[in-house]
Design a protein around this ligand. Structure first.
Ligand code: SF4
Length: 251
């Protein structure tokens, strides 16, 4: 019998520890589907970060290295330069990638490292209790901005996907969301292109994924989907750079 939907080979068959309604599990699944489709399970190396997804090795059936907080792209750079035959990617949160790790992330992109970076943007530090991160949006209440984030005091949220798309070394940069089936399909396509940017030797591949954190947003999972939609007004979805498609057209 034809099976239209099955657990990806590179995803371990075990329950996720994430909170109900968290989008990490969807993102994990999409990454694994892409790994299966590209046939790279045996040569993939993930760099896990510090945050709710630090247990990435519980779920992805590939080689995984844990990097200190924010050092994902630096660790990925070392791994890829030592083993250029591997497909190396980071899986980081917005705090990890765009706050404590911004310097490493930015310079890896600037150098055009042939790695892929996936940033889960839920506008908050999830694992440590919902503190504000740089991507926390104006007015958002967090445990460190209980009155709502005042951008005049804390600054405005950075648009990382657009920012990186301006760098010469970046071959693919996109922002996607996981709050509807259509968006999930688009997200998978972006993840695949971010991997292809690396596999085709074009440069740094990046995907920012707007994701729900219902627990720290203090709302139920369904309401959190609407909140992700609200976030798209501040973080517009789109593909901001795509050398993968350009290459296909010129080949
Ligand atoms: S705290 Fe937020 S990001 Fe972390 S597992 Fe729970 S819902 Fe997901």
């Amino acid at each position: 019998m034809f099976k239209a939907f099955k657990v990806p080979k590179s995803l371990k068959d075990r329950p996720f520890h994430y909170c109900p309604g968290c989008h990490h599990s969807i993102a994990h699944r999409l990454v694994c589907e892409v790994i299966d489709e590209l046939g790279i399970q045996d040569k993939s190396l993930a760099i896990a970060s510090i945050g709710c997804s630090c247990f990435l090795y519980f779920y992805l059936d590939i080689d995984i290295v844990e990097a200190p907080h924010g050092r994902g792209c630096a660790a990925a750079t070392g791994a890829k330069r030592a083993r250029p035959d591997l497909v190396v990617f980071t899986y980081q949160g917005d705090g990890d990638f765009s706050a404590i790790g911004f310097n490493e992330s930015f310079h890896a992109a600037l150098r055009g490292e042939k790695i892929t970076a996936i940033m889960i943007n839920n506008t908050i530090y999830g694992m440590t209790g919902g503190q504000a991160s740089p991507t926390t949006v104006p007015g958002q209440k967090t445990t460190t901005t209980p009155q709502g984030k005042d951008p005049n005091y804390y600054g405005y949220p950075p648009k990382i996907a657009e920012l990186l798309s301006n760098l010469e070394g970046v071959a693919f940069s996109a922002r996607v969301a996981l709050n509807s089936p259509k968006r999930i399909i688009e997200a998978k396509k972006a993840i695949k292109n971010a991997f292809l940017a690396q596999i085709n030797g074009l440069g740094f591949g990046f995907v920012e994924i707007l994701s729900a954190c219902p627990i720290n947003w203090r709302m139920d999972p369904v309401k959190a989907l609407d909140q992700v939609e609200e976030l798209t007004k501040i973080f517009p979805l789109g593909v901001f750079k795509n050398k993968v498609e350009t290459k296909k057209k010129t080949d």
